[in-house]
Design a protein around this ligand. Sequence first.
Ligand code: ATP
Length: 237
Amino acid sequence: MLEIKNLSARYDAVISALEKLDFEVPEGRIVAVLGPNGAGKSTLLKAVAGMLPFEQGEICEGRVIFDRLLLNGKHPATITRRGIALVQDGRQCFRNLTVGENLKAASFQTPKGNAERLKLVLAYFPILEEFFDRPAGLMSGGQLQMLVIGMALMLQPKLLMLDEPSLGLSPVMVQAVFEVVERLHRDLGMSVVVAEQTVPRLMEIAHDIYVLSRGRLALHAPPHDVSQERLHDLYLS
Ligand code: ATP
């Protein structure tokens, strides 16, 4: 479904963030992208979503292909309409708007079928129904994470990409977030890419693991071949 070949990316024309990376997401798979701070995980997701130019970044080599379409140089709105949704870190939403207004704003690019999608999102995240008419800014970190994933689902993506969704969450909330990821995959057959530093629960649900280190691929293996000790060694090296 997503095929990345020989991808190199940089910021400000000189800061190399990814080097000759090969990466694949087959349809209906959960793929984990792991690595320490600065490994290039966010850059990889932003390169796929067409977001690099907004940070003076660029793809300087290689190809990103999704559903047989070359994504290099495409605008994020075009990429979104093709079926890719990126939930960036930082839980970005309109904090002064209500939860309902945020969900509506999120589906601006894909207004068709809005009502059914809203029903689905509220079924997945009952907390969003509870907060529906209240400002998003009143929600906790975990609840906001549910909101931004819900906003991404309003786009009806074929591929959902989550950047460090567990950041700053309690273990119970982390568990809840990954349960949702597993359900999306199980019930809707959605492909999901999750970037994290390391989360044992993600290791349990992922079909495939990529470990990045300083912008390069350090390891690509099925989860049963990636022990915490191996990850630890890779991160320290
Ligand atoms: P973290 O887990 O800390 O979020 P990461 O694995 O997501 O890290 P990236 O954010 O992709 O890593 O960063 C990869 C490299 O690119 C780092 O060296 C970082 O300093 C650099 N970088 C990231 N964003 C920018 C930017 N907007 N401008 C310049 N350099 C950047």
